[in-house]
Design a protein around this ligand. Sequence first.
Ligand code: IFM
Length: 473
Amino acid sequence: MSTQHAFSTFPSRFVWGTKTAAYQIEGAVDVDGRGPSIWDTFSHRAGATRNGDTGDIACDHYHRMDEDLDLLAQLGAPAYCFSIAWPRVQPAGSGSANQPGLDFYRRLVDGLLRRSIVPVITLYHWDLPQTLEDAGGWVSRDTVGRFADYTEIVAGALGDTVNMWITLNEPWCSAWLGYGTGEHAPGLRDHGRAAAATHHLLLAHGESLQVLRATIPNVAAGIGLNLQPIRPATDHDEDRAASRRVDGNLNRLFLDPLFKGVYPADMLDHYSGLAPGLAVVADGDMDVISRPIDFLGVNFYTPITVCSPARRAEARAAGYWIPEAASSARVGDLNAVQVLRPDVTRTQMGWEIEPGALTEILLRVRDEYGTLPLYVTENGAAFDDYVGTDGEVRDGERIQYIDGHLRAVLTAVAAGVDVRGYFVWSVLDNFEWGHGFSKRFGLTWVDYSSGERIPKASFFWYQRTVRANSLEP
Ligand code: IFM
């Protein structure tokens, strides 16, 4: 066997998949008893999203489910991860189930199984029922109990045929973009509330985990985190301290409680003056949060480089770009500024492409948090795709991006990390939150006026890769 061949072939039981989220694709927001979510409210607020786009129709997946299932079958990736819209199942976030909502997901699961595709469920991908937000949302401890009840309903309805469950997708985004920077629903800008939301989300994960275990024999349950290596712009102590703070907020604030049962001391200290902040932690909570999980989902897109605000001039002199807008939306009160490397290719999101950073994060999770099965539950890229005059979408940059990151996965596997699978974000172009429909992440082009789906070149490339279980040299 040649070195090249050994290096580009994946483990024999490697799970290939794609992933979507309910609000980004389903549309049909007022159909069959679905209640409003925080994203319905937020996206209809003037100026909240690019061009005022909303998920009212999105990819109309709710009505085009069969067509999308056939598309997934054509793709041939044996797993598909989708999220359940909580307000479809419990329109006001509590009380009895809305049967038509559950029926929709039953049809989806059955349709996947008929096509020999393994369903993977995310219980929460950001669409909190608006009624719960009106009562305090994730800042309120009460939402934790509501999430456990909702888990019980969904697990009871679908647990007979679905084995792999993700409790929360990227709780950092729910807490810090939703309650901290205001870029996401519900659009609040209050770091004290973001810290409290962080805790309640993690607690909800732990309670949900227990419900899943009690309801589904042999369940495989985990959580999906957006993890990013954070680099200091220079070796200067102040830049290193800034990068450590951002790492604390983005990575350790979630990894430490989940795996070590404690919040990082520097983050506790940093947020101690905020109300309600992490003062909401009660006795016993950390035991709930650190209940063992069966796998960790790693969502990875890009690394981040930061400098201390006092050292912008030095960072510029070192060659970094510091656009005014890049200041600190993401790294808000952390006394750090995001800087951009000028010599790096970016996606349409402006995100630096560095596949090696995925290897780095996978190794770090193993080295600092222990060996457990890992799945890359999201990875992909937005580019400025277009349909050519011949009707084809030639997205070579996306192929290159995914190929590079798959090679990064193989490097981690070769280093002994237990990476069990990889899910492309996403199978369809879809509603990219605050960016509306302006960013296309799909393996499939979606014409938002007609609903037509056109598989891109990356779709056929991924199809070949999955079939071969290896990368083309
Ligand atoms: O579209 C999102 C997804 O909902 C969560 N993870 C990142 C993706 C790309 O921004």
